[in-house]
Design a protein around this ligand. Sequence first.
Ligand code: ADP
Ligand code: MG
Length: 698
Amino acid sequence: MTNIPELFGSMVFNDEVMRERLPKDIYKALRKTMQSGKHLELDVANVVANAMKDWAVEKGATHYTHWFQPMTGVTAEKHDSFISPVGDGKIIMEFSGKELVKGEPDASSFPSGGLRATFEARGYTAWDPTSYAFVKDGTLYIPTAFCSYTGEVLDKKTPLLRSMEAIDKQAKRVLKLFGNDNVKRVSTTVGPEQEYFLIDKEVYEKRPDLIYTGRTLFGARPSKGQEMEDHYFGSIKPRVAAFMKDLDEELWKFGILAKTKHNEVAPAQHELAPIFSTTNIATDHNQLTMEIMKNVASKHGLACLLHEKPFAGVNGSGKHNNWSLSTDTGMNLLEPGDTPSQNAQFLLFLTAVIKAVDDYQDLMRVSAASAGNDHRLGANEAPPAVVSMFIGEELEGILDAIESGTLYHEKEKTLMEIGASVLPHFPKDTTDRNRTSPFAFTGNKFEFRMLGSSMSISGPNIVLNTIVAESLEQFADRLENAADFQTELNALIKENIKEHKRIIFNGNGYDDEWLKEAEKRGLSNLKSTVDALPEFVSEKSKKVFTKHGVFTEVELESRYEILLENYYKTINIEALTMVDMVKKGVFQSVLKYQKDLAKVMSEKKALGAEFDVTMESSLLEKISKLSASIYKNLEVLENSIVEAKNHDSDAYEEAKYYREVVFDNMNVLRTVVDEAEAIVGKDYWAYPTYEEILYSVL
Ligand code: ADP
Ligand code: MG
């Protein structure tokens, strides 16, 4: 039996290890840096580096790497060994403070958007001491931020840390007004629920589309999909259970709080949820989780699919970003309290979030936009592309009562007066039932449900932190100058509820009626990634991000370029893979089938007129027509890929072309290929079918 408490965090250079291995004054200096975000002195860094190296070597490490999160969406690492020559052909293992604190990877090979032209190839990585170093596969991993020579950030960690600072600053101002002077730090917390598919590796390896694009570009619907709803929370198959057990233990070693695991709605789909932590750590851990999932799967002869829509016709995968605010004194600011003053404070934070989401719907939408997620948002399985929020009927009733100054009909029938009377206690469970809202209040946190399964959670949290910081700043400005705090507070909450309540929707978000209603309310509906991305660089967006020091304008513009690039490159790769698969696999399949049909027909005819060939001839006619259609549509797709080059002078135009022409052509081609697959049958078909893939793990 594994000793889990002993296993947990065993590969992490965590607080316990630091305290044990560092001289007291050095430990103190490091803690101070971690808490305040101040610079680490080189002499301190030297001692820390040396202790880290000794510890890492004991754990079997020979190398170290600055682990960072460039705009590719995955993590990057370059390994250097600890060896250092000491003459006589001998070496020692060495690691200096300088090497710990700063690295210089070549930045030119990472996406940098427009920045590429203006900065040198050099880039810097800088240690983020708020995220622990760890040893994995013989290498010491040091979590770092990544920026260009000229200082523009090129990664997903730095702006996240900046956004956390922004919200910390504004939340503390608000807390002060409620007399919470002892709060030193307000952090945003996140627990990301991660969905994924597990399929057999052998089957996976026969699908170039899964290998190159992460999703199936063809595939006739299986006769059994998810309609029986027997997979959700179903009993876990032994092979999957073995994978999950291994995965948990692997994650625990790295101090990742893996907690919940279960089967999801679609066949072969599963979910893992960790216990929440501060946003920065949650982001690092989620990146690590995705990577470890793939590695552990591979060891079990499985392939882990993280794409948002690996299979048409069954649910895709998302990520639920549970988000809240908490203080270093242990207060959850989105937890309705028991006393009147806590209630008022809670209501103010709640109102700040409502205002933020309404004011910046578009930024929230952009933060969940990707080529992969376009297959989910707005389809019948994920929240629509319209951002709205769910707060539950009870809370809505309270807000309504505040807005109109009427009685809130609770048991005691107390008149709701903020700060003066008791907020009716509402049990958490009553708010946790809406599964269709993009942004749902679930008792003491919000669950942002629009995220795609493969994406870094950094972007959505950067947006959430920044826009809520903006609301809080406006509130603090007003309340700090109020003649009478209580009166101003009441007025502020009331006004904001009135102004922003259109964003609240407690009904079924998957219903078409809602889209009509949302339009009436003037909510924005950015259907695709290409529609959404320009909002990232709107004047409003620039204003809020620069004001809070999260992005500079240059950084925003460069990120916009990168997002557009990511989009059209993804579609381009998909289109090319599709063309290749048709040419190398689908053609052969349909030809072989036609040949066999023709052969049977001619053989039957030779035997005599009494042999009926109705079936053969009708099938031959069908497949022959479909083949011609495949051929024609393939040509159309190929031409459009070539034509796309004529739009490459502008990233937006190129993305738009890919969306409106190439992507549509792919869908048309897919339809005919899928029809052909359904007729041809699996013995002829060059690729594993949906049945074979989705039910490949027994
Ligand atoms: P459900 O499936 O009902 O949404 P789960 O238990 O699967 O619930 O996931 C809830 C997630 O929310 C967990 O990751 C949990 O750690 C996280 N969570 C709970 N409290 C907070 C909080 N205060 N801040 C952020 N995340 C939280
Ligand atoms: Mg959830």
